[in-house]
Write a protein that binds this ligand. Structure first.
Ligand code: ASC
Length: 150
């Protein structure tokens, strides 16, 4: 590996691990952070989902931008589900902290589906967007069914 690629790898590692190592001053801040990230993600996903469902006119540029934002936001909530953040203004079930590996599998699955959606939207492919919206929504739902209180 040459000097340039080691620096590139180091920068990439930093960019990838930064959110995961995020620290919060208070548990309330972590809860607010993850809910905020999920809210911004949902608003952007929802805009694309409405187009996929024919409830909003298809605008390829808006879909691509919204899906890109949703994809980025999908990376952020997980660092804020640390120990000590299970109590407070949250609908997360306590099981989430006991089944951390399973929870992170759901989170990874959702991110993977959201990335496919961002790709389809970037390509301006409405059929691809429809498929990816279905898969992404399904990933959201299965985790909610497991770990979110009503
Ligand atoms: C959304 C949203 C969810 C998912 C889920 C899909 O827009 O807020 O929780 O999609 O409803 O089934």
């Amino acid at each position: 590996m040459n000097a340039f690629s080691s620096v590139a790898v180091a920068i990439t590692a930093l960019a990838v691990t930064l959110p995961a190592s995020a620290q919060f001053a208070k548990p309330e801040d972590a809860i607010k952070y993850r809910k905020s990230a999920l809210f911004v993600m949902q608003q952007n996903f929802g805009r694309v989902a409405a187009m996929a469902a024919g409830k909003a006119p298809f605008d390829a540029k808006v879909a691509a931008e919204s899906a890109a934002v949703a994809e980025y936001m999908s990376k952020l909530p997980w660092a804020a589900f640390g120990e000590g953040t299970e109590k407070g203004d949250t609908r997360a079930k306590p099981e989430l902290w006991k089944e951390s590996a399973k929870f992170h599998e759901y989170a990874d699955k959702m991110q993977a589906e959201m990335s496919k959606l961002a790709l389809a939207a970037k390509a301006g492919n409405l059929d691809g967007i429809k498929t990816a919206v279905g898969a992404t929504g399904g990933a959201c739902k299965s985790c909610h069914d497991a770990y979110r209180k009503e």
